[in-house]
Design a protein around this ligand. Structure first.
Ligand SMILES: Nc1ncnc2c1ncn2[C@@H]1O[C@H](COP(=O)(O)OP(=O)(O)OP(=O)(O)O)[C@@H](O)[C@H]1O
Ligand SMILES: Nc1ccn([C@H]2C[C@H](O)[C@@H](COP(=O)(O)O)O2)c(=O)n1
Ligand SMILES: [Mg+2]
Length: 244
């Protein structure tokens, strides 16, 4: 099943224009010569851990972790990773790492993040795909992704799978703003102007993704108010109940 899906993917056309323009109009593609290579590498990754049952059950367990800016995704992911043996891939951290590398792509990402907008999906998904490949983990948290329908569709197309579950941290706006303004980690987007834009983007582009996965029965909503430890109690109950 897993192998067949990746195989189908290798034959699939590029993202349709409607999907690609879902987040914003600028489009960034892999070079034509890169995409089949990337997908072949990925196909190898997910079939190389094949067990005696034919190998289709070795797909990593993937949890997407969503919630508004400052809802505590990163804080809770650190705890889940440590207590439940998950690799923690933060889309935002991966993008910031690309900025720090000084690449041309990083310059573009920085401009977008400063404006509270969403980076073109093909850039983000390719970076996530590489991180998954390097990590080779059996359980993966993907924090802050997908941020919009375009992200979601690009992930399905390039990585060739859907998440097993989606965690949604539900937090009131005023609490998120308070947390972000107090974060003090020197992030270029932790200022009130950018925060307002990020909140708008969250409502208009990210909530539809949560709705999509809700309709597929994948969303676990967690009340993200209270202390980090209180919230983690609910998270712990959820992860303890999963068949991992
Ligand atoms: N339950 C909580 N109560 C108070 N502060 C919290 C709580 N959880 C996290 N924080 C703090 O709020 C800030 C934002 O948390 P965190 O970075 O985990 O959020 P996030 O959802 O990952 O945000 P972003 O989307 O901007 O990356 C941090 O300074 C963190 O220490
Ligand atoms: N899928 C993603 C994830 C993040 N970004 C950009 C836009 C966000 O405001 C910024 C910071 O992410 P965070 O650390 O808050 O998860 O990174 C994106 O464009 N696409
Ligand atoms: Mg975060």
């Amino acid at each position: 099943m897993w192998r067949r899906r990746v195989g189908a993917l290798l034959r699939s056309p590029r993202t349709s224009s409607s999907a690609s323009s879902a987040c914003q109009s600028r489009r960034h593609h892999l070079l034509p010569s890169e995409e089949p290579l990337a997908l072949n590498r990925l196909a190898r990754l997910f079939t190389s851990q094949a067990g005696s049952d034919g190998g289709d059950t070795q797909k990593p367990f993937i949890a997407f972790v969503l919630g508004g800016p400052g809802s505590g995704k990163g804080t809770q992911c650190t705890k889940i990773a440590s207590d439940f043996g998950f690799a923690h891939l933060s889309a935002g951290d991966i993008l910031r790492h690309e900025i720090a590398s000084g690449s041309e792509k990083g310059e573009l990402i920085l401009e977008i993040i400063k404006e509270g907008r969403i980076v073109p999906s093909e850039i983000t998904v390719e970076l996530i795909r590489k991180a998954m490949e390097m990590n080779n983990a059996k359980r993966v948290l993907i924090d802050g992704f997908p941020r919009c329908e375009e992200n979601r569709i690009a992930f399905e197309r390039i990585v060739g799978t859907e998440p097993d579950i989606v965690i949604f941290f539900d937090c009131p706006e005023d609490e998120m703003v308070k947390r972000l303004l107090g974060r003090n980690q020197g992030r270029v987007d932790d200022n009130i102007e950018t925060i307002k834009k990020r909140l708008k983007v969250f409502e208009s582009l990210n909530i539809p993704v949560v709705d999509y996965y809700s309709s597929r029965g994948k969303v676990h909503k967690i009340n993200a108010t209270g202390t980090a430890d209180e919230i983690f109690e609910a998270v712990r109950r959820l992860f303890s109940s999963l068949r991992l």
